[in-house]
Design a protein around this ligand. Structure first.
Ligand SMILES: Nc1ncnc2c1ncn2[C@@H]1O[C@H](COP(=O)(O)OP(=O)(O)OP(=O)(O)O)[C@@H](O)[C@H]1O
Ligand SMILES: [Mg+2]
Length: 272
């Protein structure tokens, strides 16, 4: 009989160790199509950074570079001061579509990543999956299959699946873009509630100005490809943010500033 493998330590709902990112002078092109030239940016530990830009400017490409799924032609992408690798345990990715296994329950979908990472016993994995389903407000849906859940609930399961691995950085690629406006606003609030509890570094991509303003500590506006960062805005709206935040004169002021910047760039945001 083989000796028992040592188990990787179990994560808990306690705060993750937030990571930092540095993109240094990155060039990237698909064959015949330059996307970034000399792109540089940083995300500080625990920062909520939002990248705002129109369709086709390279948002998903940038997130794939940050995740180490693709390598820059030149320049460097550093996660906690080392070149990023996709298998880095600090990395968590939430995609635009939930990408759940349709034959697995919500709980088993959340548990899947823990199983793959070999974290804990089955009982520990189940307990952690339930904790994270509760964190995203889905404690009662643990046994449901994805097709029994709404689009917003499916995206919550996807978020729980990623959070259960306790990432130090959460890369979110327009995670709520396919949802109706009311669900999206609700999930924006949920995202901030969870972030205030776990405090990872978040890099969140959107083409929606209000979503960007509501969430961000800092917004970077991406220029059309081939480009880089066109403008940067520190968003000093008070936290915790809630529905009333969107009614503040300061919110309207920021919206006007960011919209004017985008108009100056002759960008066309897809959402109002
Ligand atoms: N595999 C690929 N091969 C060639 N060109 C690509 C590839 N993937 C993306 N592109 C092009 O690179 C540019 C950036 O694409 P990317 O998907 O990063 O944009 P995006 O900002 O995420 O857009 P969206 O808001 O529509 O998701 C686009 O012009 C796109 O057509
Ligand atoms: Mg994209």
């Amino acid at each position: 009989m083989l000796p028992a493998q040592p188990k990787a330590p179990m994560p808990t709902l306690a705060a993750a160790q937030p990571s930092q990112f540095a993109v240094e002078n990155v060039d990237f092109a698909y064959p015949g199509h330059a996307v970034f030239r000399g792109l540089s940016l940083r995300a500080q530990p625990g920062e909520f950074l939002v990248l705002l830009g129109p369709s086709g400017c390279g948002k998903t490409t940038l997130l794939n570079l940050l995740a180490g799924f693709m390598a820059p032609a030149s320049g460097r992408v550093l996660l906690d001061d080392s070149p990023v690798r996709p298998e880095h345990p600090a990395l968590g990715y939430v995609f635009q579509s939930p990408q759940l296994f349709p034959w697995l329950s919500a709980l088993e979908n959340v548990r899947f990543g823990l199983r793959m990472a070999g974290r804990g016993s089955e009982a520990e994995q189940r307990a952690l999956a339930i904790e994270h389903l509760a964190l995203v407000g889905l404690a009662d849906a643990a046994d449901k299959l994805p097709h029994q859940l709404s689009g917003g609930m499916q995206q919550r399961v996807a978020l729980a699946r990623t959070l259960a691995l306790q990432p130090g950085v959460l890369l979110m690629d327009e995670p709520f873009a396919a949802l109706d406006a009311i669900t999206r606003i609700k999930l924006n609030e949920e995202t901030l509630r969870i972030w205030s509890q776990l405090r990872q570094t978040v890099v969140f991509i959107t083409h929606d100005i209000d979503e960007a303003l509501f969430l961000a500590d800092r917004i970077l506006v991406l220029a059309p490809a081939p480009g880089g960062i066109a403008a940067e805005f520190d968003i000093a709206l008070p936290r915790p943010r809630a529905a009333a935040t969107r009614q503040l004169a300061q919110f309207a002021h920021y919206r006007q500033q960011v919209s004017a910047c985008i108009a100056d760039l002759q960008l066309q945001p897809l959402a109002a």
